[in-house]
Design a protein around this ligand. Structure first.
Ligand SMILES: Cc1ncc(COP(=O)(O)O)c(C=O)c1O
Length: 367
């Protein structure tokens, strides 16, 4: 009997490995590497969040998958206040161990498989496709989801603001997509992890009453504290929306032991109760964005979309790997657009997640 093909053979090549030689080139710059490739936060975890984590360090017992009542209160309170979602109860929220695991394992946890389709934007965070492939469902990239064939389509991913393009879907556009998905009984998961990082647009949640009519059926929003609170290292994220969908996920995740550590739950409560650190962090990114944008444009780049999120979606009108090589020669590492789909092959994604000192170094090198 032949052995089954390894699960990893269903997955694309881990793209970041392809950047290794460019990283080596960029790191050889006499003034050192400016890494604008991965969107990983570099600024400190705000003090009030660190204090809550430490205060909860003595947590000998198992945490619960659903989270403490205090955490659920924080999640419903924040979603009501910040997203404008109405009528939320604890049944409408569920913490997750960072949103990447949720994105990757959601189709599996929903019981999808061969014969089912999972759709996501043509240019997208690669983990939507990975999630479809992990469970054997068919991944489908879309330009406009309402042009998809709804037959067999079981899960529709939205991502506004978008990684990698920074594009924001207007309220009317979201409402049109939600109406279509409801008509065809397609479950919508809306990845809104950059919602607090709008620059030239005000991102709106799929749970806003103007989008969903105050009814969460068939809709779930995905949120993360990684970017808004510099908590990527804590693995703190959550989903909000349709109670029936989240109730099912809760059962599965309980059996699977997918628990957010108790100190992280406590830290999340503190983080969601404070808007000041979010505003301060936004200011840092806004300054870096203005400086990088001007320097890139002066260097001959054209920036598309990028009205929100932590990225500038930039092109010099050449293949993305030529641009990666050009910038690596200046000691600047960026992500090639084709990491996010073949449609990105003439763009690079420039992250705003470097210190002020490193951003200044990049600006100098581009001038
Ligand atoms: C669109 C999108 N979704 C989800 C994630 C995962 O974030 P985390 O797992 O830190 O919550 C990222 C991270 O970059 C992202 O860009």
């Amino acid at each position: 009997m032949s052995a089954a093909a390894p699960v990893s053979s269903r997955l694309p090549v881990f793209p970041w490995d392809k950047l290794t030689s460019y990283r080596t080139t960029a790191a050889a710059h006499p003034d050192g590497l400016v890494d604008l490739s991965v969107g990983t936060p570099v600024d400190p975890v705000p003090g009030l969040i660190q204090r809550e984590l430490v205060a909860a360090a003595d947590s000998p017992g198992y945490p619960t998958v659903w989270g403490t009542p205090a955490l659920r209160d924080a999640l419903t309170g924040w979603a009501g206040r910040r997203l404008g979602a109405t009528g939320l109860t604890h049944e409408n929220v569920l913490p997750v161990v960072g949103s990447k695991e949720l994105v990757a394992w959601l189709p599996t946890q929903l019981g999808l498989g061969a014969g089912d389709k999972v759709a996501y934007p043509r240019l997208a965070y690669p983990t939507y496709e990975v999630g479809a492939r992990l469970c054997g469902a068919e991944p489908v990239a879309y330009d406009d989801p309402t042009e998809l064939d709804p037959a067999g389509l079981r899960l529709l991913w939205l991502n506004s603001p978008s990684n990698p393009t920074g594009r924001v879907l207007a309220k009317e556009e979201l409402a049109r997509i939600v109406a279509w998905a409801r008509e065809h009984r397609v479950l919508v998961f809306s990845d809104e992890c950059y919602l607090e990082l709008g620059w030239e647009a005000e991102p709106v949640s799929v749970l806003h009453p103007d989008v969903c009519g105050g009814d969460h059926e068939g809709l779930v929003a995905v949120h993360s504290l990684s970017k808004r609170s510099n908590l990527a290292g804590y693995r703190a994220a959550f989903v909000v929306g349709d109670a029936a969908v989240l109730g099912e996920l809760l059962q599965i995740r309980k059996h699977g032991g997918m628990m957010v550590p108790a100190p992280v739950q406590a830290a999340t409560v503190a983080a969601l109760g404070d808007d000041t650190h979010v505003a301060e962090q936004r200011e840092r990114y806004a300054r870096r964005r203005t400086a990088l944008r001007a320097a890139l444009e002066a260097h001959g780049f054209r920036i598309e979309h990028s009205e929100a999120s932590l990225y500038l979606w930039a092109t010099r009108g050449e293949g993305c790997w030529d641009t990666v090589a050009h910038l690596a020669g200046l000691g600047i590492l960026v992500a090639p657009g084709d990491f996010y789909g073949p449609a990105g092959d003439r763009f690079v994604r420039v992250a705003l997640t470097a210190t002020d000192e490193r951003v200044d170094a990049a600006v100098k090198r581009l001038s």
